[in-house]
Ligand binder design. Structure first.
Ligand code: GUN
Length: 299
């Protein structure tokens, strides 16, 4: 059996970013406006700062307006809710993202509930979760959207595949299950309490790992030829004391068995921001009641 093909998330994200840039150009020319994305960061978590900086950079590169708000770590819930209320009203802002996790004095559910669902480019609002569940047009979380595009790089039509998702989070597992149902997969959501997880994983033609446990999924858990999408980004110490990033899948073993697999880094990670840009354009078009520009057709 030959080695798995490596699904290149970096290259795919660059293609998506280019399509977003072309779409923004078209909106500017035909409709005379530019989509805007507001990102709110509370506190100074170093990882969150890096994410927020990258989001702003990519937004500008795609030709959109980026609004960044860095609020102090001791910001109260009411102050954040006021900021969101202002962004909800602003005609220049089509997408709002509040970086998670939030400091403990702030209830994230109250914050997400306060975002206008039509500007909720994270797709975390219960209205968008409900729309997705019943198959109405919705803003859908970015990471699961990226997972589906990556899987389609390996197989354009996912119809009929046995899909197993390990992880039941509201951000990845649950919305991804809905998306894969829409792609006509037979979907299983497995989790930490699943009986005989390796056996369940071995059923999968499409296996997605989204649990945040370094290298949980071993080569022996994978059906030969399966598509493997690794959502995990885990920082682990190496013997030499330096940190490295590993996924939820033991990549070295898995690539000997799988048909196609995403690497970490360079797989799902780069796709998330690319899909955020797509969601911002989608949100802007929905708010203005205009069709999605042609370069984004099918996304
Ligand atoms: N923190 C880590 N990932 C995400 C994400 O996708 N959206 C938001 N808002 N915060 C995050």
């Amino acid at each position: 059996m030959s080695e798995a093909s490596i699904i290149d998330g970096k290259a795919l994200a660059a293609q998506v970013q280019e399509r977003v840039r072309a779409a923004v150009e078209e909106l500017k020319k035909r409709h005379g406006f530019v989509p805007g994305l507001a990102v709110v960061l509370v506190g100074d978590d170093p990882a969150s700062r890096v994410y927020v900086r990258n989001k702003g950079k990519r937004t500008t590169e795609a030709g959109m307006k980026s609004f960044e708000y860095q609020l102090p770590a001791d910001t109260g819930e009411e102050a954040l809710l006021e900021r969101i209320a202002r962004l909800n009203k602003s005609p220049e802002v089509h997408g709002i993202l509040v970086q998670l996790p939030l400091p403990k004095q702030i209830n994230p559910d109250r914050v997400i509930d306060a975002i206008d669902p039509d500007k909720d480019v994270d797709g975390f609002h219960v209205i968008n979760a409900g729309r997705l569940a019943v198959g109405r047009p919705a803003l859908v979380p970015c990471t699961p959207l990226g997972c589906v595009l990556l899987a389609k790089q390996a197989k354009a039509d996912l119809t009929g595949l046995e899909a197993v998702i390990i992880g039941r989070s509201n951000i990845v597992g649950k919305p991804l299950a809905q998306l894969l149902l829409r792609e006509n997969c037979t979907v299983t959501i497995a989790h930490s309490r699943t009986r005989d997880l390796p056996e369940v994983a071995r059923r999968a033609d499409l296996l997605v790992a989204a649990v945040g446990r370094p290298e949980l999924v071993r080569g022996s858990w994978i059906k030969p030829g399966a598509i493997v999408i690794d959502v995990g980004i885990n920082r682990v110490e190496r013997e030499n004391g330096k940190a490295k990033l590993v996924g939820d899948v033991a990549f070295g073993e898995a690539k000997e068995v799988a048909g196609a697999i995403t690497p970490v880094p360079g797989g799902v990670g780069p796709m998330t921001i690319a899909m955020l840009l797509v969601n911002t354009v989608k949100a802007a078009c929905m708010q203005r009641n205009i069709p999605l520009p042609r370069p984004l057709a099918g996304l």
